[in-house]
Design a protein around this ligand. Structure first.
Ligand code: P1T
Length: 378
């Protein structure tokens, strides 16, 4: 099955009871047992729910993995995966990750003794140097949020294999439509499904896919123990959204390419970060390991005041947190999604106060270009 066919048919079969083509929303918390322990595969909806199962099978198919698991948010998915580790374990993680991932590691899991070193994982020597005796996993976000740095999944997976480490990849920006980290050697892939997978700014959700059953069982144990599961209605909304992922991703990318090229030659823009640009240091690697470049662009206009001016002047770009929706979204990461990263660290990373991040929607690209053109007049 090819990708667009998988999006329609993967994991989602007609309801055996009625033949309903759309997976029913099993809005139920518990299931009748014929006698103790005798049930039809479901006993309690934290442990499993048929609507959730359809979604979990769909994402496992899309990511070429063995087991899919669905959560109430991307952070619930990430936190559950991080709960695999023990006190005294150590992770090497991309320095340019979503602010919430940085926060949960530096302010929550650190209290339980999980150590983390944040490095630029697009530089392989930094990854090697950060590995310690107690390192258990490498965690990549590629392309990263918000600077779109590209890390070499295959090369890092070889390091992980040699050193017996797990490789975890946050594939939110690419989605399985463009990139399949498990095929490149990762053990676990995770998503904020709130973004492109849902695609319509109407659901908060997270997904995990494991390479093998054993890891899947371990994470299911943690999912059931911790309890951050997705509800049936949100699972259904995601399945519905994901059917059009291919159509949306192609449009996001086509418009993003046009906009990135426009921004690159704009005199008021100091720097553009988009892996699809030949000038991007990760361009060749992105071409090798992914089938597309995605719809996220960051660009630097030089100061907070100038960034604010752009944000005030745009009409079609919605000023908001989040990304990956049909509507274009604009934000200033330093003061929004990445505010929980200390200012000093942000400055070192290049997440300046003048850095603007756009999630290119599926509106007509001419309108988006005109909108940016009239907004870049500070
Ligand atoms: O928001 P939530 O569904 O809990 O997902 C967290 C998350 C995980 N990974 C990546 C790469 C993300 O971008 C996010 C959430 N990001 C935003 C809300 C944002 O605007 O960047």
């Amino acid at each position: 099955m090819k990708m667009n066919t998988k999006l329609i048919h993967g994991g989602v079969v007609a309801d055996p009871q009625t033949g309903a083509v759309s997976v029913p929303i099993y809005q139920v918390s518990t299931y009748q047992q014929a006698s103790i322990g005798q049930h039809k595969g479901y006993e309690y909806s934290r442990t499993g729910n048929p609507t959730r199962t359809a979604l979990e099978e769909l994402i496992a198919t899309l990511e070429n993995g063995k087991r899919g698991l669905a959560f109430g948010s991307g952070m619930a998915a990430i936190s559950t995966v991080l709960s695999m580790f023990n006190k005294g374990d150590h992770l090497v993680i991309s320095d340019d990750v979503y602010g919430g991932t940085y926060r949960v590691l530096s302010q929550v899991f650190s209290r339980f003794g999980l150590e983390a070193t944040f490095v630029d994982t697009s530089e392989i020597s930094y990854v090697m140097d950060a590995i310690r005796e107690n390192t258990r996993a490498i965690y990549l976000e590629t392309p990263s949020n918000p600077l779109l740095k590209v890390s070499d999944i295959k090369l890092i997976s070889e390091i992980c294999q040699a050193k017996n480490l797990y490789l975890i990849v946050d594939n939110t920006f690419m989605t399985p439509y463009w990139q399949n980290p498990l095929d490149l050697g990762a053990d676990i892939v995770l998503h904020s499904a709130t973004k492109y997978l849902g695609g319509h700014s109407d659901v908060v959700a997270g997904l995990v896919v494991t390479k093998d059953e054993e890891l899947g069982e371990r994470i299911h144990f943690l999912q059931n123990s911790i309890g951050g599961v997705i509800g049936p209605f949100d699972a259904w909304l995601l399945i519905r959204g994901m059917k059009t992922l291919g159509l949306r991703m192609r449009q996001h990318e086509e418009s993003a390419g046009q906009i990135a090229r426009y921004l690159e030659q704009h005199p008021r823009v100091n720097k553009v970060y988009y892996p699809g640009l030949k000038s991007h240091p990760g361009h060749d690697l992105a071409k090798r390991q992914a089938r597309g470049f995605g719809g996220m662009i960051s660009f630097d206009v030089g100061s907070q005041a100038k960034a604010e001016k752009v944000l005030e002047q745009v009409n079609y770009f919605v000023l908001a947190e989040s990304l990956g929706a049909v509507e274009s979204i604009i934000s200033v990461p330093a003061r929004m999604t990445h505010a929980s990263i200390p200012a000093e660290t942000r400055a070192e990373l290049g997440i300046t106060d003048g850095l603007i991040r756009i999630s290119v929607g599926i509106e007509d690209s001419e309108d988006l270009l005109d909108d940016l053109d009239q907004a870049l007049t500070f």
